[in-house]
Each structure stands twice: as structure tokens, then as C-alpha cells.
Design a protein around this ligand. Structure first.
Ligand code: SAM
Ligand code: SF4
Ligand code: SF4
Length: 374
């Protein structure tokens, strides 16, 4: 895409130890971090591999044939993921999002979904179970995912123009196949479907209105299109502030053509600001991670493919839960270790970045997005 990519400094070895506290008190769903934020949302990366090479996430020059992805033995098994998710549910997690890399590349993913669909909150409710995908395999897998218990799905699509999209995914993948995936997901009832578009100045920003037009005309309220500000996650994508198109500008461009009005948020800690078309043809969302930090409500934790717990998308290091999962620790002990980690959390990178006070990560490094998921 013309922007300089930056060589990768591999942070995957740099784990923090997850410590079991001396006094193990049971999880009671009331956990809060140092800034009073509860734990409600767990994003689980099921693979660090992907069949796309989006320049803003896994630039081809870095993630080439020499790049060493995690070996199979490093990955958490479905049993380990489910056990961990159960312990998070005891601490108050209500929503699980499977991500990656490309989650549909993980073999037999529907088996994991079936296992996660069995989990319950302490009040006995099923967890909200969803998945983010590039949709390349969705036409084939939508029915099995639905049958296994997946409730909703988010699809990433950055342009309707085929040549722009092929260039952005950098593996020449056509728009038509992503749209077929969205149709397949809608047909099996995985809706409302969210479609994520990362907007990059001068690359796909002229696709904003065509995307809005297409989804409101073809899908109405069955699809919610969300515009994401291009973020400085990881260290390889050569991010610069002038690549970002602020949500306010995206909204202005849509509003010029289709009038919008704001909607109330549906959940605490929701990342997207919701707006609807005044003519009733559905809604759009704006995720303003750069221009309007939402750290004060951030109730999300991230579990990497190899079982590291990350407390912020911009963290440099995660806590090694796999060591506990594969050792002698009991469920109660691991839950207590998770409680201790969350209780000490004070991450708020975007907020500090907005005040030009973002903390220095060791060597300016941050973990890569495909490794901990979005
Ligand atoms: N491969 C799947 C996909 O693309 O939907 C799931 C993983 S991907 C890392 C999750 C989300 O992160 C996608 O919607 C992607 O567009 C978004 N993303 C990746 N890098 C980003 C960046 N630098 N800024 C903003 N969003 C980004
Ligand atoms: Fe793959 Fe998703 Fe990253 Fe694109 S954004 S490279 S599809 S993980
Ligand atoms: Fe949460 Fe970190 Fe993003 Fe702030 S920067 S919203 S703390 S993940």
C-alpha cells in the first residue's frame, strides 16, 4: 500500500507470570480493576494464522513464508479454552468473541463453539457468543457455526470496489466472495450481522458512502455497518496519525447523503457509537478508538492463541495462563489468579494517547493484532 512497514520485534516470548494468590477467594462476579471497571467481555484468539495479509494488520513483507507462526502444541486446546472461558464467566464475563488471525482457519471450530455454547453465567444465562471473520470461508461454514450455537457474527470488509479490496487484503481476494459469505450468514440467521470497515485515509475513504449505500439498500437493519478508525496497534503497520479518518468526518460524509440521528448505547462498555438513518433503513456504528478513547468503560480482556491474558489491545506483554492450565492448579486457583491480574489493571492506552501521554511500552513495542485478536 506504499506505506513503510516496520520489522517485527517478536514479543511472544515475553510473558508475565500469572500468580495464584495465597488466599484463594471464590469468584463472585463483582471483580473490578483499579479504575473500577468490571470484566464483561473476553476475546479469544483461536489462531495466529490468516489467509489475508491486510496491510494494517499483517503486512506481507513481515508475515512472509519465513515467519514462524505458533506450533500446534502451543495453542490452547478446545478444553483449555472452554475451561478458561468458564472461569472468566464466574468473574462476570457475559460475552465471548472468537477472533484471530482468521478464526475459521482453526480446524473443527464448530466443536469449540458447541462447548462454549454450554457455558452459563452465575445467574444461569448462556453467554453471548460471537465471532469476527474475514468471511473467506463463511459460505461453507455458516450453517455449521449456527447449528453449533453461534449467535451472531462480525465480518470485516474494507471496500466494495473489487480492486481496492483485493489490494487491501493483499492476497487478491474478491469482494463478491465476502458478500456471498454475508448472504450465507444472513440466510442461516446469524444476524444482525456487523460489518467492520477500517478506514484508511487515501486508501479506502472514498468507499465510505458506497459502503453505506450498499448495506442500507441491500440489507437494511439485518446488517450494521461499523466504521473503525485505523489504529496504531502492533508495530509493523507503519501507522501515522494522518492515515486516520476521524469518525466525525466519516459521519459527516454519510450524513450529507443520508441523514443520521444518534441512538442510545445498548450495553455498558460498547465500543461503537450507534446512529440510525432517519428514513428507517437501519443503523451504522462508529468505533473511534483514536479520536475518542473509550477506556473509562473498557471491560474487555483478551486471551491469545497460546493462552496469554492481555489487559489492553496495546499491551506489550500478557500473563501466562497456559502454565497454570497445564500444571496442577485447580479451577479455584486459576480463577483467583485471573482475579488478581484484573484487580491490578489500570491500562488506558487510548485515553493517554489522546493526552499525548501514552505509556512507553518496552522499546516502544506493542503486541500484534493478529496474535491477540481485535
Ligand atoms: N481475521 C478476522 C477479521 O479480519 O475479521 C478477525 C481478526 S482481525 C485482527 C479483527 C478486526 O481487527 C478486523 O475487523 C480488522 O479489520 C481489525 N483491525 C486489524 N488491524 C487494525 C488496525 N490497525 N486498526 C483498526 N482495526 C484493525
Ligand atoms: Fe487477517 Fe483479519 Fe488481520 Fe486481515 S485483519 S490480516 S483478515 S487477521
Ligand atoms: Fe481498552 Fe486498552 Fe482500548 Fe483503552 S486502549 S479501550 S484500555 S483495550
Amino acid at each position: 500500500m506504499g506505506d513503510a512497514t516496520i520489522p517485527l520485534i517478536d514479543l511472544r516470548q515475553a510473558a508475565l507470570k500469572a500468580v495464584v494468590p495465597e488466599v484463594v477467594s471464590p469468584a463472585n462476579g463483582l471483580l473490578a480493576d483499579r479504575l473500577g471497571r468490571p470484566l464483561r467481555d473476553l476475546r479469544i484468539s483461536v489462531t495466529d494464522r490468516c489467509n489475508f495479509r491486510c496491510s494494517y494488520c499483517m503486512p506481507k513483507e513481515v508475515f512472509d513464508s519465513q515467519y514462524k507462526f505458533l506450533p500446534q502444541s502451543s495453542l490452547l486446546s478446545f478444553e483449555e479454552i472452554t475451561r478458561t472461558a468458564r472461569l472468566f464467566a464466574a468473574h462476570g464475563v457475559q460475552k465471548l468473541r472468537l477472533t484471530g488471525g482468521e478464526p475459521l482457519l482453526r480446524k473443527h471450530l464448530e466443536v469449540l463453539i458447541g462447548m462454549l455454547a454450554e457455558l452459563r453465567t452465575p445467574e444461569g444465562h448462556p453467554l453471548d457468543l460471537t465471532l469476527t471473520t474475514n468471511a473467506s470461508l463463511l459460505t461453507r461454514k455458516a450453517q455449521a457455526l449456527k447449528d453449533a450455537g453461534l449467535q451472531r457474527i462480525t465480518v470485516s470488509l474494507d471496500a466494495l470496489d473489487d480492486s481496492i479490496f483485493r489490494r487491501m487484503n493483499d492476497v487478491d481476494f474478491p469482494v463478491a466472495d465476502v458478500l456471498a459469505g454475508i448472504e450465507a450468514a444472513a440466510a442461516v440467521g446469524l444476524w444482525p450481522i456487523k460489518v467492520n470497515m477500517v478506514v484508511k485515509q487515501g486508501v479506502n475513504d472514498h468507499e465510505i458512502v458506497p459502503m453505506a449505500r450498499f448495506f442500507r439498500e441491500h440489507f437494511g437493519s439485518a446488517v450494521v455497518l461499523r466504521f473503525i478508525e485505523y489504529m496504531d496497534v502492533g508495530t509493523t503497520n507503519g501507522w501515522a496519525m494522518d492515515h486516520v479518518v476521524a469518525s466525525a468526518e466519516v459521519r459527516r460524509r454519510i450524513h450529507e447523503v443520508y441523514t443520521l440521528e444518534p441512538l442510545n448505547p445498548t450495553a455498558d462498555g460498547e465500543t461503537a457509537e450507534r446512529w440510525r438513518y432517519t428514513d428507517g433503513r437501519g443503523e451504522v456504528g462508529f468505533i473511534s478508538s483514536v479520536t475518542q478513547a473509550f477506556c473509562q468503560d473498557c471491560n474487555r480482556a483478551r486471551l491469545s492463541t497460546e493462552g496469554r491474558l492481555y489487559l489492553c489491545l496495546f499491551a506489550s506483554r500478557g500473563f501466562d495462563l497456559r502454565e497454570l492450565l497445564r500444571g496442577q492448579a485447580s479451577d479455584e486457583q486459576i480463577a483467583a489468579a485471573i482475579g488478581l491480574i484484573w484487580g491490578q489493571r489500570e491500562d488506558r492506552y487510548s485515553q493517554l494517547r489522546g493526552q499525548n501521554a501514552a505509556p512507553d511500552q518496552p522499546g516502544g513495542r506493542k503486541v500484534e493484532m493478529h496474535y491477540i485478536g481485535g
